[in-house]
Design a protein around this ligand. Structure first.
Ligand code: SF4
Length: 366
């Protein structure tokens, strides 16, 4: 999708976030080696990420595979618990126990529409079930199901209500999955790569459906994607993640027109753009690092064409570069600050595992 076909961001008034994640971190334990040499190793999937979702706004989290973006979405959905950090719903801390109230406020749509619907049940069953569990039916249940199908533009509803998932196209299946999430009248929708498994020809329709839910129903939407062009098309704000950390965050037009971090520039240079005459010159190469042993300092430094000596040793702070735009890169820090002795001291302390969190507190993540 072209970055130049951007949809104008919705006109919204800044409001208190509906859902916030503050300083979220998550490690997974994995086995390495074989037989008696087997040992457990810690995979640092997400570190110090903060993100906020507001009513009537789409926030996109963009990054390559393994950047931690899906883990952030799953923590916000409370499918997995963060090791540290806090979730707030309407400004109130969320308890550690999963509750029906939270599930009715925050719903998630998964990447694979083939796997997310039980193949032995018809569309009617998939939509009736959440309506009944959450006592959402104050009318004839078939009417309620038909209304849900209409909200996701599967009309006439009678054509779809008695179909099995295998009788639907990928795009139609994903619309049913979204309708199922809408059944409990959530205020927050977490969409994890909702179009990446669909034909290119139907992706735009799904993105427009999400935009419609934002604009007409004032939902707070998280859009997780590896495609920065689609993020610019849909989102009001973009948060870029690399190797488990937020490296840049800004309103989507500002971030895509004036990317500050070399990794964001790399993502943009790789995005297809039919209006671009010359082939993009990729400012960087290589693959994302292993999160079992991430690089010291800036995690992007092995791939960065601008890497300096300090980048290999000290994680850059997240700095405000204006207009609600933050980036974690030493290029954005003035020369004097690059040499601040306290920073050098903390980074050289082997116990200071928290130095990344301290300096890259993640921008606002939103
Ligand atoms: Fe490149 Fe250094 Fe900036 Fe990291 S901190 S992106 S290595 S210039």
């Amino acid at each position: 999708m072209s970055a130049v076909t951007a949809m104008p961001p919705a006109e919204t008034v800044a409001t208190r976030p509906v859902l916030e994640g503050r300083d979220l971190s998550k490690r997974f334990w994995v086995r390495r080696g074989r037989g008696p040499m087997t040992r457990k190793a810690s995979l640092r999937a997400v570190e110090g990420v903060s993100i906020s979702l507001e009513a009537g706004r789409v926030t996109a989290v963009v990054g390559e595979s393994g950047s931690g973006k899906t883990t952030v979405a799953r923590m916000l959905a409370r499918i997995i618990a963060p090791d540290s950090g806090q979730l707030l719903l309407d400004g109130e801390p969320v308890s550690r126990r999963r509750s029906k109230r939270y599930a009715s406020q925050v719903q998630m749509v998964f990447q694979d529409p083939f796997a997310s619907l039980n193949p032995v049940h018809r569309v009617r069953y998939h939509l009736m079930r959440p309506l009944r569990i959450h006592h959402m039916v104050d009318q004839d249940i078939d009417t309620a199901v038909a209304e849900l199908l209409q909200r996701v533009a599967l009309t006439p509803a009678g054509q779809f209500i008695d179909k099995f998932p295998h009788e639907l196209s990928g795009g139609q299946r994903q619309r049913v999955a979204i309708a199922r999430a809408l059944a409990v009248r959530p205020r927050v929708l977490l969409a994890d790569e909702p179009v990446s498994m669909l034909d290119v020809s139907v992706r735009l329709g799904l993105l427009n459906l999400l935009a419609d839910l934002r604009d007409r129903e004032h939902m707070a939407i998280l859009y997780v994607t590896h495609d920065i062009a689609s993020a610019r098309y849909l989102a009001d704000r973009i948060v870029v993640m690399y190797a488990g950390q937020v490296i840049e965050s800004a309103p989507s037009v500002s971030l895509t027109d004036h990317p500050a971090h070399p990794y964001t520039q790399l993502l943009l240079s790789a995005a297809p753009d039919p209006d671009r005459v010359a082939r993009p010159k990729l400012a960087g190469s290589g693959a994302p690092p292993s999160l079992l042993a991430p690089p010291s300092g800036c995690r992007f430094h092995p791939r960065c064409p601008h890497a300096m000596e300090i980048c290999t040793r000290v994680a850059p702070p997240s700095v405000d570069i204006g207009s609600d735009h933050t980036a974690a890169c030493w290029l954005q820090v003035d020369d004097a600050r690059r040499g601040v002795p306290e920073i050098e001291t903390q980074a050289s302390d082997p116990q200071a595992d928290g130095n990344l969190t301290k300096f890259s507190a993640g921008g606002t993540g939103g």
